[in-house]
Design a protein around this ligand. Structure first.
Ligand SMILES: [Zn+2]
Ligand SMILES: [Zn+2]
Length: 313
């Protein structure tokens, strides 16, 4: 006789059938992101910026592939994070020792790249001339999204270098070492905010929603009925932007929450298999402009685009 599963049992089955955490795949991550940025640039209102971002991401790929693999976290760090429900390797303390060398290599590579807009050369020159301790200060401010107006142009490059470092670190982490953190809306590996969430396709991850870390690119599962910012299940809705033909976009939608009044984008691979969370978030700036007219504010930024915050009134 067939036995009917109880809700708790179904949940338990579900939990073992797909991964809770997906560490970044270094060899594929930046390459797929760069290709997607180039693809989305065609006809996009910020096409030049997307092409520039693609150059930066291609340079990230080269640097990440040349770098030695990071060591896995120590057993002690795994135990401590698990016991306290804290991220495994919080981003800012201490900063990775090699991050400045990565930034300097990135800056040198971009300065020599003829496709980089001339307007960015002074930004690159200034970063190249910045002493180590001032770079560390800049990195901490960028990670905390607390930058002065004069540093906004340099911030995506600082974040790009930090991404290389943290992606390498996160790739050395085994999924079983990743703690359950409180709140579940920050990256369980590095403690950063997700840049967007993504509905995945393929194999045992198909149909599951993952939050994608803007810094280390770790993905962690969260059920779709929960707000990715406050975990409320009360008022999650979706909003898309019209494209040129008047059709509402389905690949990228803003997930809004009436409990915390924020939005974060949900990127659907079901609607486009090449969708990539960071690239699709960046390329859908039109949707952010649309959301600017609503009561919902953006939950967290995109590391490759810093926008000056309006002065508090
Ligand atoms: Zn992370
Ligand atoms: Zn919320």
């Amino acid at each position: 006789m067939q036995r009917i599963l109880q809700p708790g049992e179904i949940e338990a089955l579900d939990r073992v059938s797909f991964p809770r955490v997906r560490p970044p795949q270094v060899a594929a991550l930046f390459q797929e992101r760069a290709a997607r940025l180039e693809q989305l640039a065609d006809g996009n209102p910020i096409a030049d910026y997307l092409r520039f971002a693609a150059r930066v991401v291609r340079a990230q790929h080269g640097l990440a592939m040349q770098a030695p693999a990071a060591p896995p976290p120590s057993g002690e760090a795994v135990r401590r994070a698990g016991e306290n429900g804290m991220p495994l390797m919080p981003a800012s303390e201490p900063l990775p020792e090699s991050w400045r060398a990565t930034l300097r290599a990135l800056v040198a590579q971009l300065a020599a790249d003829g496709a980089i807009p001339a307007v960015l050369q002074p930004v690159l020159a200034r970063l190249a001339a910045t002493p180590d301790d001032a770079l560390d200060t800049l990195a901490r401010q960028a990670l905390a999204d607390n930058l002065g107006r004069e540093d906004i142009a340099a911030a995506p490059l600082v974040m790009a270098a930090l991404q290389v470092e943290f992606v390498l670190r996160a790739a050395a982490v085994a999924p079983t070492q990743v703690p359950y953190t409180e709140p579940a809306t920050v990256c369980p590996v590095c403690g950063s905010a997700p840049v967007a969430s993504v509905l995945r396709i393929g194999g045992n991850i198909a149909g599951h929603r993952y939050l994608h870390c803007g810094l280390c690119a770790t993905e962690w599962h969260m059920v779709r009925i929960k707000c990715s910012h406050c975990e409320s299940t009360k008022g999650v809705r979706y909003q898309g932007a019209e494209d040129a033909s008047g059709k509402i976009g389905e690949v990228v939608q803003a997930e809004t929450c009436t409990a915390c009044h924020t939005y974060r984008k949900l990127v659907s691979q079901e609607k486009d298999p090449y969708a990539e969370p960071l690239a699709d978030d960046l390329a859908s700036l039109t949707l952010d402009l649309l959301m600017g007219d609503t009561d919902f504010s953006r939950a967290s930024g995109n590391p490759l685009l810093f926008i000056e915050k309006p002065l508090a009134v």
